[in-house]
Write a protein that binds this ligand. Structure first.
Ligand SMILES: Cc1cc2nc3c(=O)[nH]c(=O)nc-3n(C[C@H](O)[C@H](O)[C@H](O)COP(=O)(O)OP(=O)(O)OC[C@H]3O[C@@H](n4cnc5c(N)ncnc54)[C@H](O)[C@@H]3O)c2cc1C
Length: 330
């Protein structure tokens, strides 16, 4: 499509796209509506839900923060990024499960004010592994969502940082429409569960009755029906279960060699936030490549890692020596 024909697309002139691709099936669903439907489905199935936090899991029991203890034949740790704390509290699994990181995302739920024209279709800028690719998702007649940052950390970050909020705001107004400054907005924060190798952790552990389902990164909603179907098959001992390579008790795997990892990191940094400065493209790429190679050297990486995790490996927060090349690329 010609970007000039996209309703409500009014970016800063020097960041205007020269080309656009319409993806007719790119739909959207309001996260709050999904949560409400899940609540209703659980209630209809008669599932008992306990209002509280699981503080620890041990000896076939979940210990809740308000003192209640729930015994179960099978326990599935599926607490999103918070699964890391629960798994690390299980001594038998010490060092046997890749860390589960927090990919904190800041987005904005917005409402157009009278006279403000906003896109009536999902509008995405290029996805950037190490940062933001701002997108606009309309729902209802005047509401829309602007998302989202991705700051990866080992420790939980309950609150978003001002820098993340600034990045979403600036990217949305620069890359989608400067008119968005007239919209009303409310900030929302979420945490993507990211395995230390970027792959999901799904399946049974060596602790009898203990299962893990997490690490779905940026795709947990899309993948949920398929994961749920396979997980249930696995729990019931039926065919068509979970891929063995995603078993939670594993060394972190990689499917990239070092050169491929460096290329991916360079690409994601080149189109990442703040990349649109005046330095000429060739010189910029050379400089970014030098930086990325330095990070790979500092981390002692002889294989590739997901671009968004490179800084954590370089800072020694993740252990590069544990990574092992996967023989099962599929
Ligand atoms: C900004 C943003 C945009 C995203 N966009 C998309 C997208 O477009 N498509 C897509 O497929 N995915 C997307 N994702 C990723 C997706 O949200 C995650 O992959 C998915 O939510 C992970 O599901 P989960 O059930 O494992 O964890 P969560 O959804 O995080 O759920 C974990 C649950 O466990 C609860 N919990 C945590 N700790 C405890 C405890 N100690 N005791 C009891 N309960 C606990 C939490 O309250 C929460 O209800 C996005 C994520 C973010 C942050």
């Amino acid at each position: 499509v010609d970007p000039a024909d996209i309703r409500g697309y009014r970016p800063t002139p020097h960041l205007r796209a020269t080309r656009g691709v319409r993806v007719p099936s790119d739909g959207a669903i309001d996260a709050f509506t999904v949560m409400k439907l899940l609540d209703e489905a659980a209630a209809a199935l008669g599932i008992e839900r306990i209002d509280g936090r699981a503080a620890s899991v041990r000896d076939g029991s979940v210990h809740c923060d308000r003192g209640r203890v729930v015994h179960a034949e099978r326990i599935v740790v599926a607490a999103g990024a918070a699964s890391d704390g629960l798994v690390r509290g299980i001594p038998e699994l010490d060092g046997r499960v890749p860390r589960i990181l927090h990919g904190t995302g800041v987005g904005l739920r917005c409402r157009a004010t009278p006279g403000l024209t906003t896109p009536d279709e999902v509008l995405r800028t290029p996805n950037r592994g190490a940062g933001l690719g701002v997108y606009h998702v309309p729902f209802g007649s005047d509401r829309f969502y602007l998302g989202a940052t991705n700051v990866v950390s080992v420790e939980p970050r309950e609150h978003a940082r001002l820098g993340s909020l600034h990045l979403v705001l600036q990217s949305a107004m620069d890359e989608i429409s400067s008119e968005l400054r007239h919209a009303e907005c409310r900030m929302v924060t979420g945490h993507r569960p990211i395995g230390a190798d970027g792959f999901p952790l799904l399946g049974r552990t060596s602790v009898p009755g203990l299962w893990i389902a997490t690490g779905t990164r940026r795709d947990g909603v899309t993948a949920a029906p398929e994961i749920a179907r396979r997980f249930v098959n696995e729990l019931l001992g039926m065919d068509d279960g979970l891929p063995a390579c995603l078993s939670p008790e594993r060394r972190p795997i990689t499917v990239l060699d070092r050169d491929q990892g460096i290329d991916v990191a360079v690409r994601s940094r080149l189109i990442g936030p703040g990349s649109s400065t005046g330095v000429s493209a060739g010189r910029l790429e050379d400089e970014v490549r030098r930086q990325v190679v330095r990070l790979y050297d500092r981390a002692g990486l002889d294989v590739g890692v997901p671009a968004e995790l490179l800084d954590l490996y370089a800072d020694g927060r993740l252990d590069a020596s544990r990574l092992v090349a996967s023989t099962n690329v599929d």
